[in-house]
Ligand binder design. Sequence first.
Ligand code: ZN
Length: 374
Amino acid sequence: MDLTDAVDRDRLLRTFLELVAVDSPTGQEREVAELLERRFADLGCTVTRDEIGNLVAVLPGTRDGVVLIATHMDTAGTDRGIVPLVGADGVVRTDGSTILGADDKSGIAGCLELLTLLRQDPGVLHPTLELLVTVGEESGLVGSRALDVTRLTATHGFVLDTAGAMGSITYWSPTSVYLTITFHGRKAHAGVEPEKGVSAVRAAALAVAAMPLGRIDPETVANIGTVHGGEARNVVPDTVVLEGMARSHDQGKLDAQLDAMRHACQEAAETTGATVEVLAEEIYRTYRIEEDARPYREAARAIASVGLPVIPRKSGGGTDGNLLNAKGIACVALPTGMVDEHATTEHIAIDDMVLAARVLVAIVTQDPDPRDAR
Ligand SMILES: [Zn+2]
């Protein structure tokens, strides 16, 4: 029998609801980590955790090969006490007061369903599975950044952590840079001797007005998201801090965009007599997996085998996959069925969760491509 047909909708839903009910806002993953440690061990895995809390569960293979399957255990923001509601329409959502946490508990539920099926049917051939569940993904890929990949032996893998149509393969993701821009002026009494002051607000305003922002080109976006500064209406402000970001799928275009933003800051500082510091921090780096590369081929074959169209997807955001690729493990990212992640309208259709689990089972149990035989 084809193991993908054995995915149990009710069991998968139960697992998902159980995971969602355990609070795990980013940075506070202990409780869910302990639950996962037990669940993975009960399903035959050797489970270890690193200093930061990333969990790695290893299931020995029944044939050659190793594959990495990555998810994250933290949820976005600070929401606690999540109550999932299963609608008559087959969609799980909340009452709208919190996120759902399908990002990424739906991915983890799929992994547990896979392990359950393999345990029930020990004759099935599959490679060794390295199941990575990171912490701190939502606060800037903290867990995968700290991950020592020498703990893993896989050279390719799959990140179960995107929205998008079922059947999509995220093969191309941008580089993201966080910007912190600080303008320093000079304080003075604005009513008595404004001539002695240098307004950091004016410098910052000139800089922002002169910067290219928004959608720059098909690959590149930029934003200034926060402005903080000044003390009182009658004091010439001496400090303003701008926080922003820039992303591009093209490293050269991103570098040009960052140069343009720096240039606007320097011009504004010179015009006003202020000084400026621009701090640019790369949060994750672009990756692009070609169609003939192993993770893409394996995902595409599995997706087609369960009757879905294969949809190449270029994402506007990053996942742990960006850091895993940067660290030498070639990964594509796959959808779990989640919709509106990070919002209180977040929801997931049970049918999509089942499809995602079937794709995962197919990836792991399909015959290896002769091209990859050593
Ligand atoms: Zn996620």
